[in-house]
Design a protein around this ligand. Structure first.
Ligand SMILES: Nc1ncnc2c1ncn2[C@@H]1O[C@H](COP(=O)(O)OP(=O)(O)OP(=O)(O)O)[C@@H](O)[C@H]1O
Length: 232
């Protein structure tokens, strides 16, 4: 395989990734040679029992944590040897996150929550507001754009979090149980909107879930078993 990885723009590749947590008297090897690729336009489910390492894997794939071995390639670029500054810049440019508990900032409106990550990335306030309004519109939240998170329903909060995750036009979207705290009907609606946005933007999306119905609706299912990735 080439140095640039299996493919370039809009791809996420993990090669033989290891992660070991040191405990008082033992080591917990959570990821042991985990390898897979998600390409542009693919929506891939990450499943596995509680404690199997899904969140750990998403943190490593999202450049929030470094692996203890192996390599992460984002848009074809090998990341483990990058400086902290270069990793942060690549993460901000290429990766969007959506979490189970939306993590919206409570003192800001839905619109401002989508504006802020853009301003941190250097976009002007006017452009950021325009973009945020468009994203909130695409998840049906225009009438709620000026509301703070506490005044939004769970499904609306999660849709705002999806809009925020896409604010900087990432090529890769990582989601950790994005509908995990919602009732089944609301979860279905939020998942449908997430799917539409991922497909529209040709993103490479990796979505951790315990919900096998949602997992089966994605293009592929990756299962974490004893630190390895098993396809299907
Ligand atoms: N910072 C840490 N220090 C020590 N152990 C950790 C740390 N983070 C996670 N672990 C352990 O690593 C294992 C995997 O955790 P992780 O949260 O990745 O699992 P998960 O598959 O996402 O679980 P769940 O489905 O319950 O959210 C667990 O046994 C957890 O206790």
């Amino acid at each position: 395989m080439s140095e640039r990885g299996a493919n370039a723009a809009g791809s996420l590749e993990l090669r033989d990734v290891k992660r070991v947590f040191k405990q008082a008297r033992s080591k917990l090897e959570v990821l042991h040679d985990a390898s897979f690729t998600v390409r542009a336009g693919e929506m891939v489910a990450l499943v596995g029992p509680s404690g199997s390492g899904k969140s750990t894997l998403l943190h490593i794939a999202g450049l929030l944590e470094k692996p203890d071995g192996g390599e992460v390639l984002v848009d074809g670029e090998a990341c483990t040897k990058l400086s902290d500054g270069a990793r942060t810049a690549l993460r901000r440019r290429a990766i969007g996150f959506v979490y189970q508990y939306h993590h919206l900032l409570p003192e800001f409106s839905a619109l401002e929550n989508v504006v802020l990550p853009q301003m941190i990335a250097g976009v002007s306030k006017t452009k950021a507001r325009e973009k945020a309004a468009g994203l909130l519109d695409s998840v049906g939240l225009t009438p709620r754009a000026s509301h703070r998170p506490a005044r939004l329903s769970g499904g609306e909060q999660q849709r705002a979090a999806i809009a925020r995750g896409l604010a900087n036009d990432p090529s890769i979207l990582l989601a950790d149980e994005p509908t995990g705290n919602l009732d089944p009907d609301t979860a279905d609606g939020v998942f449908a909107q997430l799917t539409g946005l991922v497909r529209n933007g040709s993103l490479a999306a990796l979505i951790a879930t315990h919900n096998m119905d949602l997992a089966r609706r994605m293009d592929r299912v990756l299962r974490l078993e004893h630190g390895h990735i098993v396809e299907g």
